[in-house]
Design a protein around this ligand. Structure first.
Ligand SMILES: *Cc1c(COP(=O)(O)O)cnc(C)c1O
Length: 395
C-alpha cells in the first residue's frame, strides 16, 4: 500500500475517552445537587452497572487498583498466602496481593489468546500440596473473556477463590458448556470481579472503579471497607447506639469512595456503553480484514465471540521500529504489557527473565494500535496505511 493521502487532524492514541454534551450536562447537574460525594448517585450508578454486567451487587470505588485492594482484603489475603495471576497484565492485578502481605505467583499465558493458560495453572497447582495456594486472579486481557467456568472447576478442586480482573472487558462474555453467554463480572463463577473507569477504558469517570459480586456477605463487607471500616447499618452494629450520630469503626478500612460527580459521569457513559462496544467490535472487524492483506502482521486472537476489544493487539518482528515510526505519524501506539515478573520490584522478590517465556516472547513483539469508539474509518485506514508503509519499507 502506498502512503496515505489522508492526514488526521488529531493525534491518535491507542485509546481515549468519549465525552459528549450529555456527559457534560450530567456532571453539571451533579455539581448543583445536594451531594458532591456520598449521595444517591453512587447507589444509582452501582445499581445500573450491576445490571449492565448481570451481577447482583456492585460497589463503586475510587479506581480499579482500590477495587483490587478491597477484594484482596475482603478475601482475607494475608502474609504467607500465595495467589496466582498472569504475568501479562497491569501490575495492579498482582500488587493487591502484596498490599495484604501475600505472595504473588504466576502461570504463563496461552500465546494464542494472551490469557493465563489454565493448563499451566493446573500444572502449578498439581506440583504442590492442596492449600499451598489460596486464590487466583485471572485477567480478561485486551477484552477477551477468561473461561471462568473452567477456572472455577479448577479453583474448587484446590479451594481457591477467584477475583476476575475485568478492567478490559465490560460487556465481554465467554460461552459456557451449556452454550450460554456469561458476561464478564456477572459473578456466576468468580467470587469478585473488578472494573476500572480510567479514561482509556470503556467507561470513563476520570478515576474510578467498580467491584461486582453475587455474594451479599462480600458486598456488605466491601461497603464497610471502602469507607474506613465504618458502618451505620443497624443490622451490623455491635453495640447499642447512644444517639442518632452513632456509628462504629469495626475494622481498618480506607477512604476509597467514588464521588457523586464521577458517578454522574459514569451513569451518563453507561447509557452509551453498548454503542461504544459495538463500535469497538466493528473497528476490530475492519482491522482484521485490512491486516489479512498485510504480510508481517499477526493479530492476537482475531474474531473471538464475546471479545470486548479494550485493546487491538498486533504482533510484528520489529516492534520498536514500528512504534517509533508510528510516533512520527502522530500515532501513539502502546505496549501492553511489560510482563509483571520483569518489573524491578518483582525481580527483587526473586522472579527473573526466562521464568515465563511465552509472556516474554509475546512482549517482544506486541503493539496496541488505536482502538476507541470515536476513531473514524478514515483515521483507522490511515493507521493501517502507515503500518503497511513501515512493513513494506522494512522488507
Ligand atoms: C486499568 C487496569 C487496572 C487498574 O485500574 P486503575 O483504575 O487505573 O487503578 C487494573 N488491572 C487492569 C488489567 C487494568 O487494565
Amino acid at each position: 500500500m502506498s502512503e496515505s493521502a489522508f492526514h488526521p487532524t488529531r493525534a491518535l492514541p491507542y485509546g481515549r475517552q468519549n465525552i459528549t454534551d450529555a456527559d457534560v450536562a450530567a456532571v453539571t447537574a451533579a455539581l448543583h445537587a445536594d451531594y458532591l460525594t456520598q449521595g444517591p448517585t453512587v447507589a444509582e450508578f452501582e445499581k445500573q452497572f450491576a445490571a449492565y454486567v448481570g451481577a447482583k451487587y456492585a460497589v463503586a470505588v475510587s479506581n480499579g487498583t482500590a477495587a483490587l485492594h478491597l477484594c484482596a482484603m475482603a478475601l482475607k489475603v494475608q502474609a504467607g498466602q500465595r495467589v496466582i495471576t498472569t504475568p501479562l497484565t497491569f501490575s495492579a492485578s498482582a500488587n493487591c496481593v502484596r498490599y495484604c502481605g501475600g505472595e504473588v505467583h504466576f502461570a504463563d499465558i496461552d500465546p494464542a489468546t494472551g490469557l493465563i493458560d489454565l493448563l499451566q495453572v493446573q500444572a502449578l497447582l498439581e506440583a504442590h500440596p492442596k492449600g499451598h495456594f489460596t486464590g487466583i486472579i485471572p485477567v480478561d486481557f485486551a477484552g477477551l473473556a477468561v473461561d471462568l467456568e473452567a477456572t472455577r472447576q479448577l479453583a474448587d478442586q484446590y479451594g481457591l477463590w477467584i477475583i476476575e480482573d475485568s478492567c478490559h472487558a465490560p460487556g465481554g462474555f465467554f460461552i459456557d458448556s451449556q452454550g450460554q453467554e456469561q458476561l464478564c463480572g456477572n459473578g456466576n463463577f468468580a467470587d469478585l470481579a473488578i472494573f476500572s473507569f480510567h479514561p482509556v477504558k470503556h467507561i470513563a469517570t476520570g478515576e474510578g472503579g467498580m467491584i461486582t459480586t453475587n455474594s451479599e456477605q462480600l458486598f456488605h463487607h466491601l461497603l464497610r471497607l471502602r469507607t474506613h471500616g465504618i458502618t451505620r447499618d443497624p443490622a451490623d452494629l455491635k453495640r447499642e447506639p447512644d444517639g442518632g450520630w452513632y456509628m462504629e469503626m469495626q475494622e481498618l478500612g480506607y477512604n476509597y469512595r467514588l464521588p457523586d460527580l464521577n458517578c454522574a459521569l459514569g451513569l451518563s457513559q453507561l447509557t452509551r456503553a453498548d454503542a461504544g462496544l459495538a463500535r469497538r467490535r466493528l473497528l476490530a472487524a475492519r482491522y482484521h480484514v485490512a491486516f489479512a492483506q498485510v504480510p508481517g502482521v499477526t493479530v492476537l486472537a482475531p474474531g473471538r465471540k464475546g471479545h470486548a476489544y479494550h485493546l487491538y493487539v498486533i504482533e510484528v518482528a520489529d516492534r520498536k521500529g514500528l512504534y517509533d515510526f508510528l510516533k512520527t505519524k502522530q500515532i501513539f501506539a502502546q505496549v501492553h504489557y511489560i510482563p509483571v515478573h520483569r518489573m524491578p520490584y518483582y525481580e527483587g522478590l526473586g522472579w527473573k527473565a526466562g521464568d515465563f517465556p511465552l509472556a516474554e516472547e509475546y512482549y517482544a513483539h506486541c503493539l496496541s494500535i488505536p482502538l476507541f469508539p470515536t476513531l473514524t474509518d478514515e483515521e483507522q485506514d490511515y493507521v493501517v496505511a502507515c503500518i503497511s508503509e513501515f512493513l513494506s519499507v522494512e522488507c
